[in-house]
Each structure stands twice: as structure tokens, then as C-alpha cells.
Ligand binder design. Sequence first.
Ligand code: TXA
Ligand code: MG
Length: 350
Amino acid sequence: MEGNCLNSEQSRRNLRRAAAILRAGGIVAFPTETVYGLGADAFNETAVRRVFEAKQRPSWDPLIVHIASMEDLASVVDHIPRPARPLIEEFWPGPLTLLLPKSSRVPEIVTAGKRTVGVRMPSHPVARRLIELAQTPIAAPSANTFGRTSPTGARFVLEDLDGRIDAIVDSGETTLGIESTVVDVCGDDPVLYRPGIVTFEQIRLLCADLTLYRDHDDEASSESGRASPGIGLKHYAPKARLIVFDLTGEADAFAVAHRLCAQGGVLGLMAPDGYSGAFEKNSLPFRTLPSEPLIYYWGRWTDSQELAKRLFAGLRELDAAGATVILCPLPADQGIGAAIRDRLLKAARQ
Ligand code: TXA
Ligand code: MG
């Protein structure tokens, strides 16, 4: 159902229908400013279980609870630790998830048995209105099959979940394109688990003690035992084999792509505008490719917001066009570039 402009009567009616489905224990995909989420009433254990089933998500990977007001926040947390306050003040509503001490009202299934709950107040007006109309916080992971790229448009949600969910609120493409930043504010020093559009550098200005979680911090743990379970996994992956590279690794990446294509693979390129090197049509690696590659014009190489917004759509479109191997350059490890890099490195894991 379309619910993209809140000022049309049809859209308002559709949102009321979606909220009624949520209140009755249904599961509904909806837009946020980052990616589409698959929502359920956060206090309804049976409804939340259906979200895990629809996504084929393992029960050890906790969900983020989406709220529309500070009253909602009070219902899902036990208390607000001191370092959380300036972050809430500065970045909510918006693409920042805080791990906070959970209240007893939040069922264990939502937090995968953890004592913290991930909470975020989205800024997307449709998401906010839907939560208000549902009159309950909404637990929602990204609306994709577990492990695949997050959906930035309703058609991508349907690609993965058609027939497995009760409704989808279609509000066009999402504006930011990659998932929220995740920060744990319960310990002595806040830890950034997942980089996002709110950058490490921005949070550091308010939290001098912020540290960056590195995968190998947890290497010995099983998936379910990790501090933030979804973080260290192969994730966000297209169906094609994804090969990512820094400038220095360009020649090696093209060599692997050549070999795979010579064996009958179809090459797709995530091609940023203004990125020189091997992606130039007259460069040697490009001219000697066994066949003409499929090209997705990703965006301006210098514009990390545009690259973030178009990243997942590009991977999905190359998949849909038949690419079996995708080559993609890695942005520099700073600001929003760090978030894009994080997703690409995880998506490229074998
Ligand atoms: O932008 C977003 O965050 C999107 C939109 C829909 O809000 N949601 C999203 O959810 O990306 P999901 O489930 O795909 O990713 C949430 C990540 C997972 O890696 C999960 O392990 C981690 O956050 N997480 C959630 N709650 C947690 C908790 N209590 N402790 C540790 N990690 C948690
Ligand atoms: Mg996800």
C-alpha cells in the first residue's frame, strides 16, 4: 500500500490500516530514513517471532526497537545511562541506535536474551506516524532475508519477502541508504559497533571516551556469544561473488575477475563517477576483460552520501541484471566512507 505523502487522505488511510495490522500482531515492512524495516509490536512475542521467521534470522541476533517519543523510550528501557543523554539530544530523531538497559516489559526474544535493548527514534515522517498510530514501540530489523543487502526501496523488500509478510508501506526510495550507527552506552566507555551516517568523528565530539569495536575483539566467541551478534558476520551480500579493493589492490582484484569471467562468469562494476584507475575504459585491465561488463553508475566518488544512498540498490541491480562477479572499489576509512567500507568488507566475506 502506498503511504508516501502524509497529506493525502489515501495515504493516511493506508497508514491506519498498516497500524491496525501491527496492533493485531501482524508484521509490516515500512520505510525509515536509512533502509526499510520489517516491524512487529515490540511487546508482542508471537508477532516478533514471525519477524525472525519471515527473515530466516537466527534467534541469537537481537532486533532494534523503534520509538516515536520519549514516553515510548521510558517503556522500553530501565534507565538512561549518562553518556546516552547528549547523544539523544543531538542525534534523535535520526540514524543512531543506542544500546540501553532493557526494561522488563521488552520480551527476551527481541533482545536475544541480552540485558540491553537497541533503541532508535527514526526521523522518517512515515515511520514516526506509523509508530504513533500503532500506539506501541515497533521492533524491526532491516526488511531483507538474513545476510542479504538491506532494502532501500519497496521493490527490494518484495524481492526477498513477498508472501511472507502481511503488508508493506511503500514510500519510495530511502534517503540515507545504509543502516543506523549502533553505539553501546551501557559500559564505562561507549563502544561503536556499527558505523553509519552518524560518524565516529561526530559522536566522539560528545563522547571523548568512545572506542571503535573491531571484529577480532570477539574472535574467539561463537556468533551468538558476540557482544553485538550481527556485527561480525558475512552480511549485506549480493548473490554475485563480490570483490572489493583499495587502490593498491586493484590489479589483483581485476586478475581474479578476469579468471572468473574467463570461466563463464558475468562481470558487473560498481563504477563511481570520477574514480580513475582500472575503471577507465581505455585502461589495460578494462580493455583486456574477456567480455563487456555490466556497469552500475554508483555516484560521485567524492560524495560519500550519494555512494551510501546508492550502494545497496547498485548491488541488487547488478544481481538482477545477471552479474555473477561484482568489482567494487572501497572508499577511504573515514566519515561516512567508513560505514560504506564496513558494509562492503562484510558483504565480500567468503
Ligand atoms: O537503520 C537501521 O538500523 C535499520 C532500520 C530498519 O532501523 N535496522 C537494522 O536492523 O539495520 P538490523 O536488525 O538489520 O541490524 C541491527 C544490528 C544487528 O547487527 C544486531 O546484532 C545489533 O544491531 N543489535 C540490536 N540490538 C542489539 C543489542 N541489544 N545488543 C547488541 N547488538 C544489538
Ligand atoms: Mg539487517
